[in-house]
Design a protein around this ligand. Structure first.
Ligand code: HEC
Length: 97
């Protein structure tokens, strides 16, 4: 397991409580996916424009955008899954930011 206070998580994002990170949930969230998702976001999602922080939108707002943008970024299925975990974790109103 990666430490919860992973320094790669952007400083504008608060560190999720450990019990949430470790919680079993339907998205299959875990620290590895979270860290990989963050890396994808901070590399692939800034190629064409400035980065849009996950907490600027709710997950409901993000879903259609991510559908388009993951295609633009040419992400594979696994990368999309990791990115989804990252966004679900840090999107607005997700309860643990
Ligand atoms: C190949 C270039 C490219 C890549 C890679 C890319 N985008 Fe975009 N993005 C665009 C363009 C062009 C627009 C503006 C026009 C549009 O909506 O198609 C945009 C717009 C956006 C918007 C604003 C949409 C709105 O309706 O307000 C968001 C948010 C966004 N991108 C997020 C992302 C994320 C997250 C990723 C990574 C998965 C990403 N983008 C990767 C080209 C890209």
């Amino acid at each position: 397991m990666e430490p919860v206070n992973n320094p790669n998580i952007p400083s504008t994002v608060s560190t999720p409580a450990e019990d949430h990170v470790n919680a079993t949930n339907p998205t299959g969230m875990n620290n590895t996916a979270l860290t990989k998702g963050k890396t994808i976001w901070s590399t692939s999602c800034i190629k064409c424009h400035a980065s849009y922080h996950p907490n600027t939108r709710t997950m409901a707002e993000w879903k259609p955008i991510l559908k388009t943008m993951t295609k633009k970024a040419k992400l594979n299925a696994e990368e999309i899954q990791h990115l989804d975990v990252f966004f679900e974790h840090f999107a607005k109103n997700e309860g643990w930011q």
